[in-house]
Design a protein around this ligand. Structure first.
Ligand SMILES: Nc1ncnc2c1ncn2[C@@H]1O[C@H](COP(=O)(O)OP(=O)(O)OP(=O)(O)O)[C@@H](O)[C@H]1O
Length: 253
């Protein structure tokens, strides 16, 4: 499958009672890249994201992961095959500690169910891996803290560690900096820059400075269709994008 992305989308379409929210979208997400989906409000980003993760089924079109058809699979199966989603979706358990969340995620991704508890060796392995993941997302010092006591940005970091515990082939980040102050935004950009190493990331993000700092490829959506695709510099300079989106965004700043 020369020229195919790790995650590839062909003619993807989603209608809501006659309204076409995603309209004949083609996408190739290259292995090892950070690919951003941007566009003005109502462009279809969230709907496309929900299609990619199996939270919605398409009205038409095909989604392939590493050349295998995953179109229409339920969210849980899409996740099992390696498409994990983080931010704005995970529910944390208020009283469980940061470390316990990551250990549970590791356990659930093992497919071993409760047998895991019987093996001291496996338990140690999960505990070590949980420590590494917490370290990676900057939560090593907060491992014993219950999730409810974490500040907003730290909760988002924990959600990222949970998604990483699934060892995803493709990591989808849903507006990772939404609702954050400047300091948390910078910290989150650094964090994503760190965890993207050796991974493939799809990012929906409104903050164009975040997109500029992280994305290798940017797809601009408008009215459910792909308007332009290219590097951040290319799409920023494109007249159609300036008219449709960046102009409006820049004018607002
Ligand atoms: N469940 C639904 N039923 C009907 N219309 C929907 C539904 N979900 C989304 N839409 C419509 O589809 C269009 C695309 O919405 P979507 O949320 O995907 O856009 P978006 O690019 O994520 O926007 P935003 O940046 O505001 O989050 C919008 O016009 C929205 O009203």
């Amino acid at each position: 499958m020369a020229g195919q992305g790790l995650l590839s989308v062909h003619g993807l379409t989603r209608d809501f009672r006659g309204f076409r929210a995603v309209d004949d979208v083609d996408l190739q997400i290259t292995a090892g890249s950070v690919h951003a989906l941007v566009g003005p409000n109502g462009a279809g980003k969230t709907t496309l994201f929900n299609l990619l993760t199996g939270f919605l089924s398409p009205s038409a079109g095909r989604i392939e992961l590493a050349g295998r058809d995953i179109t229409g699979l339920p969210a849980e199966q899409v996740a099992r095959r390696g498409v994990a989603r983080s931010f704005q979706i995970t529910s944390l358990f208020p009283q469980l500690s940061t470390r316990e969340h990551v250990e549970l995620a590791l356990q659930s991704s093992s497919g071993l169910g409760w047998r895991f508890w019987r093996s001291a060796t496996l338990m140690r392995r999960y505990s070590d891996r949980a420590g590494e993941l917490l370290d990676m997302v900057g939560l090593a010092d907060l491992a014993a803290v219950p999730a409810e006591a974490l500040a907003y940005g730290r909760k988002r970091a924990l959600e990222l560690a949970i998604a990483l515990a699934l060892e995803p082939k493709v990591l989808l980040l849903d507006e990772p900096t939404a609702g954050m102050g400047l300091e948390d935004v910078d910290r989150t950009v650094d964090l994503i820059a760190r965890v993207r190493q050796g991974r493939t990331v799809v990012l929906v993000e409104h903050n164009m400075s975040v997109v500029g700092r992280l994305a290798d490829t940017v797809t601009v959506l408008q009215a459910g269709r792909v308007l332009v695709e290219g590097s951040y510099e290319q799409v920023r300079a494109d007249e159609r994008v300036i008219t449709a989106y960046l102009g409006a965004a820049d004018a607002a700043h």
